[in-house]
Design a protein around this ligand. Structure first.
Ligand SMILES: *[C@@H]1O[C@H](CO)[C@@H](O)[C@H](O)[C@H]1NC(C)=O
Length: 319
């Protein structure tokens, strides 16, 4: 953490201070905020609008659907999560709910994008795995990740899980790109599924250089080392990792174990109060996850399940 960030209030220019006061006076006059003095902690983050938040819902529902059984995913009859994306044409479903996380691929006409969704895992199990002292990092397979630098390291469990379905998913995505005629790919997932979607961003970038790649991830743990985070940041992908209130999964494995998140954090403070955190994974954004949850003891695993703007994600929410 840089010490300059904490020195902010004394370094603020008079001009900035006076404009903040004017803006906050205007907000108070409009009844948009309480009559507290200027909240200097708000400087680093941007409040998301209702419209932006609503635009996340289809992706949140896809991440939720990934927890449903393969049979109902095949028929796209997974209840609310499927109905929320009623026009989705699922084209590949796989996984066994056990060694291979469930996944699906298909095309959303309303989003004009190919969706690749990965199931997550039991949060308490994930927590115990990732708070273990032994959470090994390793280089990526250069066959799956052509041209990858040996500086880049990713959690071995996550990359092994990703490798199980990487080729079949890549083939399906390439086939859909040509049959539908779209360049847009959105990887989604929650928890372990979010980690797999994060790995997808670089995987797709290296294997389909022309694609327009996005990822919407929820409650994602750290996936790799700082070189990995820098690679995601530099890969020209629209990567978002949405984390909820006091969820502790996004702060594990710890930075002291050599892990770092890419940029793209969006932090839910409470329903409708959601901020975009432009900073790196270094606790300088005072309303963002690692400042809200400095250690796992301040965290709450229940928040891992949501609500992500009204939507809960997990095995029991597949109805
Ligand atoms: C890239 O994909 C995203 C998500 O589908 C979409 O919102 C965006 O408009 C696309 N960009 C271009 C240039 O097509």
């Amino acid at each position: 953490m840089s010490s300059t960030s904490k020195a902010f209030p004394t370094r603020i220019s008079l001009f900035r201070m006076s404009s903040l006061l004017i803006i906050s006076a205007a907000l108070i006059a409009c009844g948009l905020t309480s009559a507290n003095p200027v909240d200097l902690h708000r400087r680093a983050v941007t409040q998301l609008s209702t419209t932006e938040l609503a635009s996340f819902a289809p992706f949140t529902q896809f991440a939720r659907a990934a927890y449903c059984g393969t049979d109902i995913l095949q028929d796209w009859t997974c209840g609310e999560a499927c109905e929320a994306n009623a026009d989705f044409a699922v084209s590949l479903v796989g996984g066994d709910d056990n060694d291979i996380q469930n996944y699906f691929v298909g095309y959303s006409p309303s989003l004009e994008a190919i969706i690749v969704a990965h199931e997550g895992t039991d949060p308490t199990q994930l927590e115990s795995d990732l708070t273990d002292i032994d959470v090994p990092l390793a280089t990526l397979d250069s066959t799956l990740f052509p041209g990858i630098s040996s500086d880049v390291e990713v959690h071995t469990g996550f990359q092994d899980e990703h490798a199980l379905t990487a080729s079949i998913i890549l083939t399906e995505v390439q086939s859909l790109m040509s049959s539908v005629g779209t360049n847009n790919i959105v990887a989604v997932g929650h928890s372990l599924g979010g980690a797999l979607a994060e790995i997808d961003t670089v995987f797709f970038r290296l294997n389909i250089p022309s694609a327009n790649i996005s990822a919407m991830t929820y409650g994602t743990p750290r996936v790799g080392n700082p070189a990995w985070a820098a690679l995601v940041d530099a890969s020209d992908v629209n990567f978002k990792r949405i984390d909820n209130m006091q969820d502790l999964i996004p702060i594990v494995p710890g930075r002291t174990l050599g892990y770092e998140h890419p940029a793209g954090e969006i932090h839910i403070l409470s329903a409708g109060d959601v901020v975009s955190c432009p900073g790196e994974d270094d606790a300088t954004d005072s309303e963002c996850q690692i400042d809200s949850v400095p250690t796992v003891f301040q965290g709450n695993i229940i928040d891992h399940l949501g609500p992500y703007e009204g939507i809960y994600i997990g095995t029991v929410f597949c109805t």
